[in-house]
Design a protein around this ligand. Sequence first.
Ligand code: GLN
Ligand code: ZN
Length: 771
Amino acid sequence: MIAHNLGYPRIGSHRELKRACEQFWADKITRQQLQEIGRRIRQDNWLTQQQAGITLVPCNDFSFYDQVLDMSLTVGAIPKRFQPLLDRPDVDRLTLYFAMARGYQQDGLDLKAMEMTKWFDTNYHYIVPEFTVDQSFELFSDAIFAEFDEARQTLGTTPKPVLIGPVSYLLLGKEKESGFDRLDLLDRLLPVYEQVLTSLQALGADWIQIDEPCLSLDLTDRQREAFAVTYNRLKGQFPQLKFLLASYFECYGANLNLVVQLPVDALHLDLVRCPSQLEDLLKTDFVNQQTRLSLGMVDGRTIWINDLENSLTMIQRAADAIGAERLLLAPSCSLLHVPCDLNSETNGKSLTPEIKQWLAFARQKLDEVSTLVTLFREPNNGQATEALVANQAALVARRQSPLINRPTVQARLALLTDQDARRHGTFAQRQALQHDRLKLPLYPTTTIGSFPQTEAVRANRAKFKKGDRTLEQYEDFIRTETEQAIRWQEEIGLDVLVHGEFERNDMVEYFGELLDGFAFSENGWVQSYGSRCVKPPIIYGDVHRPAPMTVRWSQYAQSLTSKPLKGMLTGPVTILQWSFVRDDQPRRDTCLQIALAIHDEVVDLEAAGIGVIQIDEPALREGLPLRRENWAAYLAWAVMAFRVAASGVQDHTQIHTHMCYAEFNDIIGAIAELDADVITIETSRSQMELLDAFGKFAYPNEIGPGVYDIHSPRVPTVDEMVELLQKAATVLPARNLWVNPDCGLKTRRWSETADALKNMVQAAQTARDLV
Ligand code: GLN
Ligand code: ZN
């Protein structure tokens, strides 16, 4: 049984690559310096894996920005708008590469970046390949060969190059013109893959890992056929290369029979997401083949330690069925999605020793893989046995810890019924009461919550965290900022005000820090896209709200104005979605526990005199499972969680929610079931097209389709916003419409925010006059 790995985090254990890239973009370091830092990270990673006992170490899993973009460069899928850069001899490949990722505004050129989207159900974003009817491919970049050589020299053994498979590569891309299907391009693409494989073979490659994660999705017959064609062709041409086919994040499901027939040399199973597929596979013809089996036993998506004993049972089962010599052992997917190294957590304040023993980051997951291999081969090995004993002790401690188990929370969850997820009156009844109370004009204006997090705001928080400011000084500053924001909103004439969120670092972290059951790492960074990293909170125990979290700030802001002030909360699904979630109970239960905490906060806000409360759920769509058959179950508990959070207030209290850009068509029914009194959504970049889903559905409640894009510093004109509003009024009744930006304004500057919002208020007035 061979220990291998599917991919390793490349950001560096202290985000070295992030810093280096950003310095390079700011012209503070040279291309050579950046390359050198990249080389050091790669070599560290390879040696770390080797020293941890991984026999088959991946290469080509490094990337300066994104592995899908790397593949686009390898196969020469460079969108035509970047041609001017190709034509210029002084522009190097790295500049072209970053231009594709980030856009290029220089020397009279203004080239738009390629689109970015979420990598399956992770929080990683990849750069979407762009295809045209006359798309051609050529071997354009040879980085993969250089990296192979470099890895071999570093390791002294033959590394395993990782390639995104041709079918998934095409499926992950987008047609930029009509009149063709991107799968039509397979015949043109495969010759380039063949060139890549020819060169790798010539360089001495043995195993090649081909990632085809689209095998975890619902596929059409044509798509399945494409897999069969591709692998028959590649194996036919490269009988000596060993192909390890990997998919992850889901069961192969209906694609299992297809996969079993593919002429590959090893098949990887994600046994964390789908433990049952081992038995499914063993019922197929796979048992009689020579194909090896890669068991993805160690969770590559979360930070919990493996249950080694459990894993050994499964490994034994596989070995009994097909023989240990046919087995490989690995994490469930690339370790890209977990932080680098638990040993970087030294401060012990939030990640106490007790919590730390329950956790494994990428580095520790390698140890788990190799410990499992050792335990399987030599059950009496001293060191491995010690590790097993410690593992069992940690699992028992975790199960029994009072930190995790709060009987009162569990009891409350057990008593939860549909009744707790229902407002008293119907929407129509509530609407009448709210209109009476709030006395808002037609097309009421509001914002999504945050105002600019200026340098001063961030510096103040940093100083407070470092101990250079007292709590009193810190809060005085926040009070001043809040008061200014209130005065300013009154001045420009907004109807429903917000406090500005100056006291919040992040919309999830802020709540996590105030709730029991959450822990925070110091260095637990995970790449989100390019140089952007996130540090997800760790939900380890039953969630409990020891005290009100936002009431003081909302109440203070409301005391400054006679206009309605909107309290601002993050919803349970979003808090869940943007955290590492405990794996010892269903996600549903954890989500409902968070919902109960938010529920209590909503009730407290109402009692404190706050009449409008927004519960943000931007992550509702991204929580959708990869396979449609699982959507309904997810949406049922996700909707229930929101409703639990939003219920418990009187009918005259207005509940808002907010969602950013999303494929609303997929979830419009669920959005309606949230039964929020008002929803604000992101629509302006699509010129209100996203609103169509709501129109077709005859969405019954009030809605604020964003009238301007907050992602750009550009100040929208009054006219264009009036036009968007009028367009919205053709889709939904005008009396249900609100006027607001697309999203929060925390990334904007005050100057542009002021101009934009003044114009927005003016646009609402103009639209009212036109009625
Ligand atoms: N209330 C949050 C803000 O304004 C919402 C952010 C979001 O939707 N991502 O910043
Ligand atoms: Zn948003």
